[in-house]
Structures are given as structure tokens and as C-alpha cells.
Write a protein that binds this ligand. Structure first.
Ligand code: S3P
Length: 429
């Protein structure tokens, strides 16, 4: 297990880019693989999660050329995937396993999907149940609620599904299965989760309608390969946004970041806390809003976080917790029960780690209350094998008394392989 010690920084300065968006990178391979013709992808994120998706589609006979810059995916059409010769290993990636399970439900072959020790603990019933309703036969551990999952797919019935949680993974799994169903498949969620699937389905020529917090996909419509430019991942950018906000004297420009409104909850929350964050040169690339983000250090104040903003910031809570720990007053997070079933239980993990740094944290079932501290003490904290926990605590170290050692940092490679060198660079100005 690798441990990394991050020292306090004088200021965070410079101009950076962050790696490509993880969600968009996954979807570009999935849709490229089942489209007709070739799909070209620039800015693809070469992290562990996305490489798992690439491996999965290669194992189903999809040719993907990768020169280290650009991917060329040779699409096989809706019905051209081959039965994989072995179990598909999704690694740590919830998006890979859940979305692929939807796609495999529509294939007339047998497949098995699994993942690492963390993924095999995460809930799968949330996709198995609606996909089974569509006619897929899916078996898994613990009555189909845990991976490995064994899938016998084939002709599917269209359904209308009311998801009990706002989840882009549930929505997208059903949308992918919907491409193979005999009619119009609809998914509605309590409030809108990230809509990258909706945008990319449209780009590839799927027949799709969106309404309030729902989407309808027509089955049997062939997709056409596209050229995609993946913007920088706002979830990766958020670590640097928080780093610049909490470290006095900082000014940081992050270029070419995806600012899809279903993903910018953290910007809204951090601005409410008093953060100086400007979106410059807003534009649209491959159907996604993109901007450059200018951040200046700010005196943050605690706030209440609840409701519709939660799914729009769902992956950013570890970083938001660090901002709250450095803010004046109290921050209350609620309606965020989903954090308990991420790569690790992120409520418990952040509460444990922030307490180690001398911060007062009270956990609730669906969130936590964090009382800002004058100063974070140093010490050793744990990632619990979760990339976002590791990166958030590394950011907290920048304003700690004498540095923080984060243990088990290999997991950072799932979404941001070059995180530590980049943090080091901006911390040295
Ligand atoms: C993702 C959806 C979110 C998010 C995950 C990526 C996606 O998960 O946490 O990192 O690409 O669809 P949920 O749908 O479970 O909220």
C-alpha cells in the first residue's frame, strides 16, 4: 500500500487542465461500440475505470485503436457484439458494471460481470430489478443484489420505470436496454441526475425525448458513429477549486472543464459558501457545455446543503466536506444517503478522517454536520480504497499544520492518475 504525505502550501497558483470527464469517456466507448461506423474520441480519460470499460468492449470483439491521443472505435452496430469468452472485470467502476449490465440485457448471449472487492459490495438490485422487468434473466449473489452478475439477455419489453433514487447509472442502464426493447422505454427519477447519456444518445442519432426529470428512448433505432471531444472532468477540477479557495493568496485557472448544469452543484454550493469562482468563455463541445474556471482564495462560510443540488454534486461531497472543515461556522449536509453506497461509505469515511484532523463532525443517516475548524491538525488519514477520499484529504493537507499522510493512495489512478504531480505543481506556483 502506498502512502503519500502532502505538505502545507503557501498558495495555489497557475493555469492547468484536468483529465477528461469519466462519465462521458465511458459513454463514448459504449455508444461507439454499438453504433454503425467509426467513432473518434479525443480527451478520453485513461484512468482505471475507463480502461475497464475499454477492456469489456474489446472482449466482445470491438476493435479500438489507441495511439495515446485519440481513440478510434470501430462500431459493430446494435447487434454486432460477440459473446465474451470470459468474465468481464469492471474493476472499481460502478458506471461500467451498471451500464454494461443494461446493454448486456439486450444481447442474445450469456455474460458475467464482476469487479474488485469494493464493487462487489455495492448494490446492484437497483439495475437488476428494472432490467428483469424488461425480460432480462440476471442472477447474482444475495438474490441478484451483488456482483458477480450472470446475464442471459435477448428480446426486451419496453417499460415505464419510476426510479426511487436519482441515479444516472440506473437511468443509463435502462436507456441502453431500451435501445433493444420493443417500443418506448421511459425512466423518471426524483430529480434530474447527470444527463450525459441523454446528450450522447441524441448526438449518435437515437430517438429520444426528455421531460422534467425523465427520458423516453425508442427501441430498435440504429446509431451512427461520431467525433467526440471529451471536456475536462468537473469532478477532478473540484479538488483544485477547493484547494485554491481554502489556501490564502491563491489564484488558479482551470481550462476546458465540462460545466453541464447537472454536474455543477459543487460550484453552486461553494459560491453559496462565499467562494470566488468564475466561468469564462462558456461554449458547447460535442453537445456538452464547457468553460474555463477561474478560482481565487476566499473566506468560506458554512451553509445548508439539501434537495435537488445533491445529485448535481454527488461525487463532490468529499471535497465539499474539506471546504466545510475550513469554513467559518457550520455546514449541514442532508438528503445525501447515496453517499453511503459509493466506492466506500463516504459519510463515514469523511467523518472519521476529518475527526482525525481535529474537526467536529456529527453524522446522520443521510448526511453530516461539520463545524469549521480554525486550523486542521496534521496526521495520518485513510482513503478506504476510494479515490475521491484520497484526493480530498490531500487537498486538506495544503492548509494543515504540518502536512497530512494519506494511506492507500493507489486508488487515485481510477479517475486521476496524474493527480499528485499536478497538485505538487500548483502548490509550488
Ligand atoms: C455516474 C453516476 C453517478 C456517479 C458516478 C458516475 C455516471 O453514480 O456517482 O461517479 O457516470 O453515470 P449514481 O448514478 O449511482 O449516482
Amino acid at each position: 500500500m502506498t502512502s503519500i504525505t502532502v505538505k502545507p502550501a503557501a498558495a495555489i497558483k497557475g493555469e492547468i487542465t484536468v483529465p477528461g470527464d469519466k462519465s462521458i469517456s465511458h459513454r463514448s466507448i459504449m455508444l461507439g461500440a454499438i453504433a454503425n461506423g467509426t467513432t473518434t474520441v479525443r480527451g478520453f480519460l485513461r484512468g482505471g475505470d475507463n480502461m475497464a470499460t475499454m477492456g469489456a468492449f474489446r472482449s466482445m470483439g470491438v476493435e479500438i485503436d489507441d495511439d495515446g491521443e485519440t481513440l478510434i472505435i470501430h462500431g459493430k452496430g446494435l447487434h454486432g457484439l460477440n459473446e465474451p469468452g470470459d468474465v468481464i472485470d469492471c474493476g472499481n467502476s460502478g458506471t461500467t458494471i451498471r451500464l454494461i449490465t443494461g446493454l448486456l440485457s439486450g444481447q442474445s448471449f450469456f455474460s458475467v460481470v464482476t469487479g474488485d472487492q469494493y464493487l462487489r459490495k455495492r448494490p446492484m438490485k437497483r439495475v437488476v430489478e428494472p432490467l428483469s422487468r424488461m425480460g432480462a434473466r440476471i442472477l447474482g449473489r444475495n438474490q441478484g443484489s451483488l456482483a458477480p452478475l450472470a446475464i442471459s439477455g435477448g428480446a426486451l419489453n419496453a417499460i415505464g420505470y419510476e426510479s426511487p433514487v436519482s441515479s444516472a447509472q440506473i437511468k443509463s442502464a435502462i436507456m441502453l436496454a431500451g435501445l433493444y426493447a420493443d417500443g418506448d422505454t421511459s425512466v423518471r427519477e426524483p430529480s434530474l441526475s447527470r444527463d450525459h447519456s441523454e446528450r450522447m444518445f441524441r448526438l449518435f442519432g437515437a430517438s429520444l425525448e426528455t421531460f422534467n426529470s425523465g427520458v423516453t428512448v425508442k427501441g430498435g433505432v440504429e446509431l451512427q458513429g461520431q467525433e467526440i471531444s471529451v471536456p475536462g472532468d468537473i469532478s477532478s477540477a473540484t479538488f483544485f477549486i477547493v484547494a485554491a479557495l481554502i489556501t490564502p493568496g491563491s489564484e488558479l485557472l482551470i481550462r476546458n472543464v465540462g460545466v453541464n448544469p447537472t454536474r455543477t452543484g459543487a460550484i453552486d454550493i461553494l459560491r453559496t459558501m462565499g467562494g470566488s469562482i468564475e466561468l469564462l468563455d462558456q461554449r458547447e463541445v460535442s453537445g456538452e457545455p464547457v468553460a474555463d474556471i477561474l478560482v481565487r482564495s476566499s473566506r468560506l462560510k458554512g451553509c445548508a446543503i439539501a434537495g435537488n443540488v445533491v445529485p448535481r454534486a454527488i461525487d463532490e461531497f468529499p471535497a465539499i466536506c474539506v471546504a466545510a472543515a475550513c469554513a467559518e461556522g457550520t455546514t449541514t449536509i442532508s438528503d445525501a444517503r447515496e453517499l453511503r453506497v459509493k466506492e466506500t461509505d463516504r459519510i463515514a469515511a469523511m467523518a472519521t478522517n476529518l475527526r482525525c484532523l481535529g474537526v467536529q463532525v456529527d453524522e446522520s443517516d443521510d448526511g453530516m454536520t461539520i463545524t469549521g475548524a480554525e486550523r486542521l491538525s496534521g496526521g495520518t488519514v485513510e482513503s478506504f480504497g476510494d479515490h475521491r477520499i484520497a484526493m480530498s484529504l490531500s487537498v486538506a493537507a495544503l492548509v494543515s499544520e504540518d502536512g497530512i499522510t494519506v494511506s492507500d493512495t493507489e486508488c487515485v489512478a481510477t479517475s486521476f492518475p496524474a493527480f499528485f504531480p499536478l497538485l505538487d505543481k500548483v502548490a509550488r506556483g
